[in-house]
Design a binder for this molecule. Structure first.
Ligand code: OGA
Ligand code: NI
Length: 358
C-alpha cells in the first residue's frame, strides 16, 4: 500500500447521512464496549458536574481578581484538563461569521467539496478519516483541516475558495485565537512556578504552529452504535473549540464517567493537549474526550490547535524535574509525535502514555 494514500476509498459521512439510509454501514458500528452507553453515562449539566467557566475579564481586574482567575484556570487544568472561557476578547461577530461560513461550505455541492479531498500525507483539505489502519471502524464525521501558521506551511490554495469571504475570515479568526492562546500560555506558565514567557518560548516564540479542524457531524440514524469522534486526547499544545451552541455532543472524561459539555453563550472550550502535559511533567492533564452522534440535528464544531513549532524537541521542563518528580516522558520533536498519532488514529490516551515506555 502507498503510505501516502488512504487504505480504502473515502466515503463522506454527509453523503451517507443524506442518502436517507436507516442503518449505518458495518464499518461505522463500534464493538459493544466502545458504544456510547457501554460506560457509566452521567449527563453533566443535569448531574451538576460541569467543566469550569472562567471569565477572562478577571485577568485585567485588581490583583485579587487576577489571582482568583488564574487559580481557577490552574485548578481546571489539573482536575479537568478542560475549561470554558467567556469575555475572551474575540469579537462575537467574527465568531458567528466563522460558524456561518463553514456551515455554508459544508452545504456546497459534494463535487465542489471533493475537489479538496485530503490525503494522509498532510491531512490538509476535506476528509473523513483519521489514521490509515485498513478495515478500521470509522467515526461518524467529516472535517476540513488546514494550517494557519507558520507561513511556511500555510497554503491558502488548499483552503476553500467558496464561500468567498471564508479565507479572509478564517485568517482573521486565526490571528485572534493565536492572541488568546498567548494569554493562556502566560497564565499556565505562572501556574507551574515558571516565568510567564516560559511555555511560549519552548513552543518556538512567534513561530508556533496553528491549524484548524472544522468538524461536521451529520445526522446519524443509529447514534447508539457509533461515535462522532472516538475517545482521544489532543496531541498538540492547547485546543480552543468553538462548539455548536444548539447541538450537544462533546463529552469529557472524568474518572470513569463521560461528562457532556454544554457551551456557555459566546464561550470557547479550551483544553490542554499532550505537549503541555509533557512539558508540565503531568501537572496539567491532557484529558480524553469524545463526541456522541445524534439522529436529530447535524452538529458543527471548529477546533483550533495551538502547537509547538514542529521541529522543536519537547520534554518535561527541567525546572520541574526533581528527585521526587523524575521526568515522566522522553523528549521528542512534535513532528515525530504527530506522525506517530496520525499513523495510529484516535486511541484514547494510549499515545501519550506509550511515550513513557520509550
Ligand atoms: C477535536 C475534537 C471536538 C468536537 O477535533 O480534536 O475533540 O466537538 N473535537 O468536535
Ligand atoms: Ni480533540
Amino acid at each position: 500500500m502507498d503510505s501516502q494514500e488512504w487504505p480504502e476509498p473515502v466515503v463522506p459521512v454527509q453523503s451517507l447521512s443524506e442518502s436517507g439510509l436507516t442503518e449505518i454501514p458495518a464499518n461505522y458500528v463500534k464493538p459493544p464496549s466502545e458504544r456510547p452507553h457501554a460506560v457509566s453515562f452521567l449527563d453533566g449539566p443535569e448531574q451538576g458536574l460541569k467543566i469550569p467557566v472562567i471569565d477572562l475579564g478577571g485577568l485585567v481586574g485588581d490583583s485579587g481578581e487576577r489571582r482568583a482567575t488564574m487559580q481557577a484556570m490552574w485548578d481546571a487544568c489539573k482536575e479537568w484538563g478542560f475549561f470554558q472561557v467567556v469575555n475572551h476578547g474575540v469579537s462575537l461577530d467574527l465568531v458567528e461569521k466563522m460558524r456561518k461560513l463553514w456551515k455554508e461550505f459544508f452545504h456546497l455541492p459534494m463535487e465542489e467539496k471533493k475537489a479538496y479531498a485530503n490525503s494522509p500525507k498532510s491531512y490538509e483539505g476535506y476528509g473523513s478519516r483519521l489514521g490509515v489502519a485498513k478495515d478500521a471502524i470509522l467515526d461518524w464525521t467529516d472535517y476540513f483541516f488546514f494550517h494557519l501558521s507558520p507561513d511556511s506551511v500555510k497554503n491558502l490554495d488548499k483552503w476553500p475558495l467558496r464561500p468567498e469571504t471564508l479565507r479572509g475570515t478564517a485568517e482573521e479568526y486565526g490571528r485572534e485565537l493565536v492572541k488568546l492562546c498567548g494569554v493562556l500560555m502566560k497564565v499556565l506558565s505562572i501556574g507551574l512556578g515558571l516565568d510567564e514567557g516560559y511555555l511560549q518560548k519552548v513552543f518556538g516564540g512567534d513561530d508556533i504552529g496553528a491549524c484548524m479542524r472544522v468538524c461536521l457531524y451529520p445526522k446519524c440514524p443509529q447514534p447508539e452504535l457509533t461515535l462522532g469522534l472516538s475517545p482521544h486526547s489532543d496531541p498538540g499544545g492547547l485546543t480552543v473549540l468553538l462548539a455548536d451552541e444548539r447541538v450537544r455532543g462533546l463529552q469529557v472524561r472524568k474518572g470513569d464517567a463521560w461528562i457532556s459539555v454544554q457551551p456557555a453563550p459566546g464561550a470557547f472550550i479550551v483544553n490542554v493537549g499532550d505537549q503541555i502535559q509533557v512539558i508540565s511533567n503531568s501537572v496539567y492533564n491532557s484529558v480524553e474526550h469524545r463526541v456522541i452522534a445524534n439522529s436529530v440535528e447535524e452538529r458543527l464544531s471548529l477546533a483550533f490547535f495551538y502547537n509547538p513549532r514542529a521541529d522543536l524537541p519537547i520534554g518535561p521542563a527541567p525546572e520541574l524535574v526533581t528527585p521526587h518528580h523524575p521526568p515522566l516522558y522522553p523528549t521528542i520533536k512534535f513532528e515525530e509525535y504527530r506522525l506517530y498519532v496520525r499513523k495510529l488514529g484516535l486511541h484514547g490516551k494510549s499515545v501519550v502514555e506509550s511515550l513513557k515506555a520509550m
